[in-house]
Write a protein that binds this ligand. Structure first.
Ligand code: GLU
Length: 508
């Protein structure tokens, strides 16, 4: 019988969601959609010391921006296995810790932090670089395996603080199949007696995670590689509790652009690109970290780029919308090797998605931005202007910066071009050109071009002498789309005005 596909994204609200988190959410979403399953959002907030206000809202907003909102759990009306915040599920976990205590797979430990510290110091001094609470060291610590039953009873009755630890078997192979990594085998000698239940009455991540995945009927756990070392413990816990376990898929790391190490939250603006989907203001310091949304990226370009960080469709196709990704996605095509993040490629994705839009769509998107910049929206010609600007733009906002001359007459003239191209006879030449163009009756790009060429011939001058000068007066810039197309779109009267203003105002 095939199981219902149910996957979860289970972030901890310890700060803003970073790119790695978005990628995990995205792969879960794509997998669920492809298989007609559920994509569930659960908040793993059992560690109250690391809680950051605003993080949950940020996570929901980021997923919504990417278009990958959950269809069960937080952010969704559908909540059949709620609550979906672990802090609100506190009562649920204890019984499973008790079950493990009863079956002998867990035990009470009463050690104070000082005693734990002493143990570590002692072992380090004896030459053990990474001391652990495990099958060997537990015998010399204060726990229900080393103390007498009466002593344990007495301590519990007296309300002494304790934690519950897993009793890791001494020398056993834990073996499981990871969808991405294949067979993983770990000997329990390399695992420690992790705390499952804390003295504050809260479960740790390990216990809460598997209890919830079980109760929420999760079929596949798709998460970052940093959780691979925890997977053997999780496999054992499922076994100890007598539960079937979900399948595992551990996603490859996202590496820094130079390939040296994992891309971290702190790399963000330090390396000159955002690592967060949305801008994030640290509630404690007020410091701001930039986001892809605010930097002008299209969510579909961001998502397209993220999908390729660790996966490829096995074809040449690189540009996908979300639906296309759902169609093409397969965990079998997710690699094991770390995926190097490439900020240039990220910009390229945005450029490609911008070009995919029709001129009419771009014009609609630009309108509010033009108004916001305090410029005029030329209703009739905007679409054609967009058509001219689109080829040179990577971001929408660049179209406004680069094409500002479409929306207002030039306020200044590019100094470099002026110093190179503006000559003593330039004002007189421009005046003659103005008079020539004035004659045109049918103001079209072709007619303007024909007149302009005839003018150059009559004057026996090359394009280099008049072209840049004409462009300066028209746009204030040294480069840009076809002068004749620009002129046609600006209209005759406006071109005349700009030529007059240029003759008057351009100075070396
Ligand atoms: N709460 C964990 C995190 O913050 C989730 C790990 C998992 O998916 O099991 O990444």
């Amino acid at each position: 019988m095939s199981k219902d596909i149910r996957v979860r994204f289970a972030p901890s609200p310890t700060g803003p969601l970073h790119m790695g988190g978005v990628r995990t959410a995205l792969y879960n979403y794509l997998f669920a959609k492809k298989k007609g399953g559920k994509f569930i959002l659960r908040l793993e907030d059992t560690d109250q010391t690391r809680f950051v206000g605003g993080a949950e809202k940020y996570i929901l907003e980021s997923l919504a921006w990417c278009g990958i909102s959950p269809n069960e759990g937080l952010g969704s009306e559908e909540q059949p296995y709620g609550p979906y915040r672990q802090s609100e599920r506190k009562e649920i976990y204890r019984q499973y810790a008790d079950q493990l205590l009863e079956s002998g797979h867990a035990y009470y430990a009463f050690d104070t932090s000082e005693e734990l510290e002493n143990m570590r110091e002692r072992l380090k001094a004896a030459g053990n670089p990474s001391p652990q609470y495990n099958a060997i060291t537990r015998t010399s610590m204060k726990n229900s395996l080393s103390l007498s039953a009466e002593e344990v009873e007495k301590r519990l009755a007296a309300g002494d603080p304790y934690v519950i630890r897993v009793k890791m078997p001494r020398n056993e192979e834990v073996k499981f199949e990871d969808i991405i990594r294949g067979v993983v085998v770990v000997n329990t000698q390399n695992l420690d007696d992790k705390v499952l239940f804390k003295s504050d009455g809260m479960p740790t991540y390990h216990l809460a995670n598997i209890v919830d995945d079980h109760l929420m009927k999760i079929s596949h756990v798709i998460r970052g590689e940093e959780w691979l070392p925890s997977a053997p413990l999780h496999v054992l816990l499922y076994q100890f509790l007598g539960w079937d376990r979900p399948e595992f898929a551990h996603l490859p790391l996202i590496l820094k652009p130079d390939g040296n190490g994992k891309l971290s939250k702190r790399d963000g603006d330090r390396l000159g690109f955002p690592v967060f989907p949305l801008v994030w203001e640290n509630p404690e310091t007020g410091e701001e970290a930039s986001g892809y949304r605010e930097s002008g990226y299209y969510p579909e370009a961001f998502v397209n780029m993220m999908a390729f960080l660790g996966w490829n469709p096995g074809t040449e196709q690189e540009i996908f919308d979300l639906e296309g990704l759902v169609e093409a996605f397969d965990l079998d095509r997710v690699g094991k090797a770390g995926a190097r993040f490439d900020p240039d490629k990220t910009r390229w994705f945005n450029q490609q998605h911008l070009r995919q839009r029709t001129d009419a769509e771009l014009a609609e998107e630009l309108k509010p931005m033009i108004l916001e910049a305090g410029l005029n929206v030329p209703e009739r010609e905007l679409e054609e202007m967009v058509g001219l600007l689109k080829e040179r733009a990577t971001f929408l906002k660049e179209m406004i910066q680069e094409g500002a001359y479409f929306f207002q007459s030039p306020k200044e003239y590019d100094a470099k071009t002026v110093s190179k191209k503006w000559k003593e006879d330039s004002p007189a030449l421009l005046a003659d050109l103005r008079d020539e163009l004035q004659e045109i009756e049918d103001w079209s790009s072709e007619n303007i071009e024909a007149r302009f060429k005839a003018f150059m011939e009559a004057k026996e001058i090359g394009f280099g002498k008049i072209g840049p000068v004409f462009r300066l007066a028209l746009t204030g810039k040294g480069m840009g789309p076809s002068l004749f197309d620009i002129s046609a779109l600006l209209g005759k009267e406006e071109v005349m005005n700009r030529l007059n203003a240029g003759i008057e105002n351009i100075e070396k």
